[in-house]
Write a protein that binds this ligand. Structure first.
Ligand code: CUA
Length: 247
């Protein structure tokens, strides 16, 4: 008993671990957000929905204390940040809460561990812990100037990892050089002539359609060779934001 009590006190005061709790008095929210409330302390509002987390990518500096608020838009979802002890349920109508201090730089996958329908196994996000000194404000400004819908989604070199792992970079350059597919550089906002002679302005909707269904509106001069890729909504968001920022 004495050992157990010491362990509890130690984890509470020294490791800063709190028991996850349900906040009955907090109004459920519908939009995800990240806000630095005090220096080194962040409030993260996560929204779980079929089948993604909003925000899909959260970046904070090492050493930060995170107050995690979790709501669901539709059904019960799980919410686990791998390699941490954050493990919550997203339940419609209530807000659940956990607090952690992040002490190691790296990417921590955020996964849904409650079966929630056809897209369950693709429901994932990333908590990225950056070296101390990383300025969240910079991310915010970048996100605002790129007119992103979620402030926490910043364009980041790590999206390149995603593009590489999905094979995108084999055909699409990001520096304007030609390839099997159109270059990402300057793609957003460009007027493209399609294979059928009509034209289209590359906007958010066109990018999303082309990622999901590459041959729906094929740009003239390119072959219909891109396969539809199994990407999560969060991954599509990352790629779209990346293309937008690649002016
Ligand atoms: Cu959400 Cu499984």
């Amino acid at each position: 008993m004495v050992g157990f009590t010491i362990a509890l006190v130690f984890s509470f005061w020294i490791l800063d671990i709190r028991i996850p709790s349900c906040l009955w008095d907090k109004e459920p929210f519908t939009v995800g957000s990240v806000e630095e409330k005090r220096p080194g302390e962040y409030e993260i509002h996560y929204v779980a929905k079929m089948w993604s987390f909003d925000p899909p990518l959260v970046e904070v500096p090492m050493g930060s204390v995170l107050h995690i608020y979790l709501a669901s838009l539709d059904v019960n979802h799980g919410f686990q940040i791998l390699n941490t002890n954050v493990n919550l349920m997203a339940v419609p109508g209530v807000v659940n809460y956990a607090k952690i201090r992040v002490t190691d730089v790296g990417d921590y996958p955020v996964v849904c561990h409650e079966y929630c329908g056809a897209g369950h196994e693709k429901m994932a996000g990333i908590l990225r812990v950056r070296p101390a000194g990383f300025q969240y404000a910079d991310t915010l400004r970048k996100a605002e100037s790129a007119k992103l819908t979620t402030v926490a989604v910043a364009v980041d070199p790590a999206v390149k990892q995603l593009l590489a792992s999905k094979g995108c970079v084999a055909c699409h350059s990001d520096n304007g050089s030609s390839g099997v597919g159109p270059t990402f550089k300057g793609l957003f906002g460009r007027k493209e002539t399609l294979a059928d002679g009509s034209s289209v302005e590359v906007d958010d909707a066109y990018l999303r359609e082309s990622i999901r269904n590459p041959n729906a509106k094929l740009v003239k001069g390119f072959q219909p060779v891109m396969p539809p890729l199994p990407l999560t909504e969060a991954e599509v968001d990352l790629i779209v934001n990346y293309i937008k920022a690649n002016k």
